[in-house]
Design a protein around this ligand. Structure first.
Ligand SMILES: *Cc1c(COP(=O)(O)O)cnc(C)c1O
Length: 359
């Protein structure tokens, strides 16, 4: 039996896609083998790769002046790849610190170039996003980096920062494809696949063409955007299964009505959950209202000694992986694209019942 899996990542995937993958696993499109056993240089696989890219371009309306790369090493690899490709040791880069993932990105960038922290939400214990006016941006910075959605804290920017011509770099790992965005506002967007795209092992980079081709000497070829773009992300063997899977997820998203429709659905899911939490008097979300994530909803119980009971009863009810990140405790429900509204409704019904019995 499939459960409603609220894990933050690797996360739930669309059942329809999993079923299709199962159906064609042993004999992929009449090849007599699985897609994992097919050469990445074969015509058939290159077709899969190109179709995935064009579907992603269509969904996000990516301008033709951007390269779309399908790489490995996760979002964490990009924490280093970005400064390696976009800076020299003497550059200054601006980073906005809104929590755990921003901090990790800053830590890696500091090893490679000069980092100015343009805003740091420590004072609110990372429960807020800074306003545009609070950003202390550097004139002539190589780029401005931010984390539109902090997966652990559940903090999401309600706006896209204005950087006055400085390339904006966004770690969209846990929010990409959750609603329409204007890609032209960004210099570079990157996202690990295991939240809203597919299985882990793949990281998608969408980068404006004029920013590539200036990687530092010593940059590993697999993270040199120009080298990878020139080879169609196949300078070496790509994550073929993940790429194929991502293409099926993009097709699924299109069949759902695209990002406008999925965005409306995501908003309804988030509204249902936050609405109940706020009204309950028993559960609490610590994030300031305007910065609440549509994808990751942390919450605490009025009686923390009930946490374990809550989790075990939820598990028994088929609602899994609700434990908060080890660094913050409490609960967290991740409600990515593939989590249906029924999953959120089942969670709210369970929370109501739990409150009635234990509150
Ligand atoms: C999950 C996540 C990462 C880390 O991704 P890896 O693929 O494990 O490197 C980085 N940033 C954000 C915002 C994430 O949600």
């Amino acid at each position: 039996m499939r459960v409603f899996n609220f894990a933050a990542g690797p996360a739930t995937l669309p059942s329809e896609v999993l079923q299709q993958v199962r159906d064609e696993l042993l004999d992929w499109r009449g090849s007599g083998m699985s897609v994992m056993e097919v050469s990445h240089r074969s015509k058939a696989f290159i077709g899969v790769a190109q179709e995935a890219e064009s579907l992603l371009r269509e969904l996000l309306n990516v301008p033709s002046s951007y390269k779309v790369l399908f790489l490995q090493g996760g979002a964490t690899g990009q924490f280093s790849a970005i400064p390696l490709n976009l800076t020299t040791p003497e550059s200054t880069v601006d980073y906005i610190n809104t929590g755990t993932w921003s901090k990790k990105a800053i830590g890696e960038a500091k090893r490679l170039t000069k980092v100015n922290v343009a805003a740091d939400e420590a004072a609110s214990n990372y429960s807020t996003a800074p306003g545009q006016g609070a950003l202390k941006l550097t004139k002539g910075a190589a780029y401005v980096h931010y984390t539109p959605n902090e997966t652990i804290g559940g903090v999401e920017f309600p706006y896209v920062p204005e950087t006055n011509g400085v390339p904006l770099v966004a770690d969209m790992s846990s929010t990409i494809l959750s609603r329409p965005i204007d890609v032209s506002k960004f210099g570079l967007i990157y996202a690990g696949a295991q939240k809203n795209i597919g299985p882990s092992g793949l990281v998608v980079v969408i980068v404006r063409e004029d920013l590539i081709g200036k990687a530092r000497p010593g940059t590993p070829a697999v993270w040199d955007y120009k080298a990878m773009a020139d080879e169609g992300s196949m300078l070496n063997t790509p994550a073929t299964f993940g790429w194929y899977f991502a293409g099926l997820v993009f097709k699924w998203l299109k069949a759902q009505g695209g990002l406008q429709a999925i965005g409306e659905r995501n908003r309804a899911k988030a509204d249902a959950l936050y609405g109940y939490i706020d009204a309950s008097g028993f559960y609490r979300n610590p994030v300031s209202k305007e910065a609440r994530s549509w994808m990751n909803v942390p919450f605490t119980l009025a009686k923390p000694d009930l946490d374990k009971t809550f989790l075990s009863e939820a598990n028994a009810a088929g609602l899994t992986n609700l434990e908060g990140h080890r660094s913050v405790g409490g609960m967290r429900a991740s409600i990515y694209n593939a989590m249906p509204l029924e999953g959120v409704q089942a969670l709210v019904a369970f929370m109501k019942d739990f409150q009635r019995r234990h509150g």
